[in-house]
Design a protein around this ligand. Structure first.
Ligand SMILES: *Cc1c(COP(=O)(O)O)cnc(C)c1O
Length: 398
């Protein structure tokens, strides 16, 4: 592996990959290092983000939520990006990179289908052939996204191995890449996996934090005291955090999925309930049992339901630059209801974890300026919401 880019974040990250993956990873790193410094590439990407995806996304003052909790809350609106979440920032970037590398085929994994839809969208726009690997269990419970991908021209392959969910889909997509490294690019959906993926994805997502920083300075006249984002693999959070990397007084908070609580083990809180180990090519915090077997995870939001976290977050955690508390399913649902009824925004259940944590900690956040990244919109979660809120009086007070 060429050492022109750092392959690790402190002790974390690296390239824990089979020999057959090394050549395509090296080629990808070379191409990325060339194009990230190429003004023509960067301006083409900036034009796509502006004219097609809808950047910059707004920064919204959450006036009624602020009044309700006694803090000054601002919302970064990635829910308003085309396809309804931040994922398109990364898929447009990587698809453009693949095209410049002369690739004609894109391979991707998807869990709930959001990354699959964002990938299929970028491929349709740029004229690339798209194959998405999806666990059979996920495909069965996410039919609308499967249909969206197919309507966008993608081929969806259902993975019948293992638990038939995201982890198995990643393995299968990597296998397909190794089998066809010259024609295909593996478009990984979060800031995880072996180097150079965590760095590439973070760079394509850092536009969130860069915009938010400039917007809050212009609109509030000051930096936030705290910047909060939910953490699945970690791409929307690292995108936000990188904008404030040098602002040491801005507290960075990544909210994990506490599921049904930490004690019972049904959660996806890698920092609260996990320990360092290797999964999908990187050394990072993950949920594993005493024998090093990766544990099953649970969250009401599919996008946070993954056993490992991106390695850059592991380093920020150990260094103390960012903290990683969690919000439970129930707390996320309260966050969802608050944003819906006080601000007229239906957030993704993933994003609702960040809001739920702010509600939970409102006494500590009194009078503080709080920036929340609304990573996506909640239309995709209607069935889950109906099931989860059905018994809980969905029209009731928040
Ligand atoms: C996929 C997804 C997430 C989780 O992924 P990260 O890489 O942690 O950002 C969060 N929010 C939404 C809306 C998503 O679609």
């Amino acid at each position: 592996m060429s050492l022109s880019a750092p392959t690790r974040f402190g002790d974390y990250g690296g390239v824990f990959a089979p020999e057959t993956l090394m050549a395509p990873l090296e080629a990808l790193e070379r191409a990325w290092l060339a194009f990230r410094g190429d003004p023509a590439f960067m301006s083409e990407l900036a034009a796509l983000l502006r004219d097609y995806a809808g950047r910059p996304t707004p920064l919204t003052p959450a006036r009624r939520l602020s009044a309700a909790i006694g803090a000054e809350v601002w919302l970064k609106r990635e829910d308003l990006l085309h396809t309804g979440a931040h994922k398109l920032n990364n898929t447009l970037g990587q698809a453009l990179l693949a095209k410049r590398m002369g690739k004609t085929k894109i391979l991707a994994e998807t869990g709930a289908g959001q990354h699959g839809v964002a990938t299929a969208t970028a491929c349709a726009l740029l004229g690339l052939e798209c194959t998405v690997y999806m666990g059979a269990v996920d495909a069965a419970r996410q039919r609308p996204n499967l249909l969206r991908m197919e309507l966008l021209g993608a081929r969806v392959i259902e993975v019948e191995h293992g638990q038939k969910t995201l982890k198995d889909a990643i393995n299968e997509a990597m296998r397909a890449w190794v089998a066809d490294p010259h024609e295909s690019h593996y478009l990984l959906g979060s800031a995880l996996g072996p180097h150079p993926f965590p760095s590439i994805v973070a760079e394509f997502q850092q536009v969130i934090g860069q915009e938010a920083r400039a917007q809050i300075l212009a609109q509030a006249g000051a930096l936030p005291d705290i910047a909060v984002a939910c953490v699945g693999g970690g791409s929307n959070a690292i995108g936000l955090f990188r904008g404030f990397a040098n602002d040491v007084d801005v507290e960075l908070v990544g909210v994990e999925a506490g599921g049904e609580g930490i004690a019972g083990g049904r959660h996806a809180a890698r920092f609260a309930g996990g320990s360092p180990g290797v999964l999908h090519g990187a050394y990072t915090y993950l949920l594993q049992d005493a024998d090093g077997q990766v544990r099953e995870t649970h969250s009401v939001s599919a996008g946070l339901d993954y056993p490992a976290v991106g390695p850059e977050h592991a380093e920020l955690h150990d260094r103390g630059r960012a903290t990683y508390p969690y919000a439970t399913d129930a707390e996320a649902l309260l966050g969802f209801q608050a944003l819906a009824k006080l601000e007229g925004i239906l957030p993704a259940l993933e994003s609702a974890h960040a809001v739920g944590w702010v509600l939970k900690e409102k006494d500590k956040l009194r009078r503080k300026r709080v920036l929340i990244n609304v990573s996506g919109r909640g239309d995709k979660d209607l069935d889950t919401l109906r099931a989860a809120l059905g018994q809980q009086n969905p029209g009731g007070a928040t």
